[in-house]
Design a protein around this ligand. Sequence first.
Ligand SMILES: Cc1cc2nc3c(=O)[nH]c(=O)nc-3n(C[C@H](O)[C@H](O)[C@H](O)COP(=O)(O)OP(=O)(O)OC[C@H]3O[C@@H](n4cnc5c(N)ncnc54)[C@H](O)[C@@H]3O)c2cc1C
Length: 365
Amino acid sequence: MKQDVIVVGAGIIGLATAEQLLLLGAKVTLVERNKVGRESSWAGGGILSPLNPWEYPDDFTRFINYSTSMFPQWIARLHQASGIDPQYIRSGMRVLPPFDKNIVENWCKRHEVRLEFEDILPTDIAVNRQDHLGVSNNDNQSAILPEIAQVRNPKLLKALHERILQLGGRVIENCSVNRLKTLNHKICALDTSQGEMVSDHYVLCAGAWSQQLLDQHASNIHIKPIKGQMLLFKFDQPPIDRILVKKDIYLIPRQDGYLLVGSTLEDVGFDKKITTSAREYLLAKAQEILPALNAMSVIKQWAGLRPASTSPLPFIGRHPILGNLLICTGHFRYGITLAPASAEILVNEMTGHAQNFDVSLLQPK
Ligand SMILES: Cc1cc2nc3c(=O)[nH]c(=O)nc-3n(C[C@H](O)[C@H](O)[C@H](O)COP(=O)(O)OP(=O)(O)OC[C@H]3O[C@@H](n4cnc5c(N)ncnc54)[C@H](O)[C@@H]3O)c2cc1C
């Protein structure tokens, strides 16, 4: 592929897409309003799975499973080429009740996901019994998905940035795309804070800001920001071995003793401020799950804006009207997990290669 491509937005999605385009020989320019990988992709937790995966439709699960299957090779390649280790670890995920054991078992069987149940030891984890009303068959057991992995997303972003530079990609930071200039159902230029930019193809990976940038060309591509706040703790040793999930709250142990607690889901526009109420809420929920946190202080709190679309699925494909514009956005809670598969789908769409599974539901209309 010898053509020029401008990718707008250097989060995980823009970076993963740029890498795949460069590997095919395209001349790629990545345009980022701030610094590379400092928005939602940096703020995320790096769990490579939905939190309670049986709550999602099968189309979404197939997409997730396809993407997670790409991770071991992708990370090994990035690590080797960049010298930066994104710390891909199959730490496993332990889901605490309440859940319906039959639903969990059936889902795991259908999608060939390894599953174990383990008794909850009252000394390990405090469980609020009121949560279990109506679910009697599993209230003393947690569901363990031992194959679930995590990555250290800030390190993955650094490795990708380095790899893109190695492959000859051009990265322009502190450059805001203000407007898409169009002519005859095509983009003819990008109006940016550093002047006009022209290319053969344009790829929009602007995360929560995608709809704003599309403006009157948004069509059915509805994206809004959903704020997520996280807390960070530091133990001498990891206090838990697996990712721990209870409903929407999760604890992610890193190998060096850091422990992340997430996250809130706040529909408050583009406000990225951290709040005391979120800190208190997350702290109380996390202490209930892991009493060892009672003795620990929060060492950092941050927030990110997830790009939420109207369904669990993102938009990936050609813009319905503007022929040289491709879209890859709306990954909401799972953009880290879905990054390699999303980039592959986008690049297949651009080059006309066959897709590896039915992607019609992802097409922008
Ligand atoms: C608290 C939290 C926890 C999460 N945990 C997980 C998890 O455990 N696992 C998981 O898979 N996902 C997780 N996610 C979701 C995941 O982080 C997102 O889905 C993913 O980062 C989206 O990537 P993106 O590249 O589309 O967006 P972003 O990372 O936001 O990147 C978009 C980029 O576009 C740039 N941009 C925007 N407008 C313009 C413009 N006009 N001109 C130039 N540049 C522009 C922005 O500056 C930004 O750098 C989490 C998210 C949050 C907030």
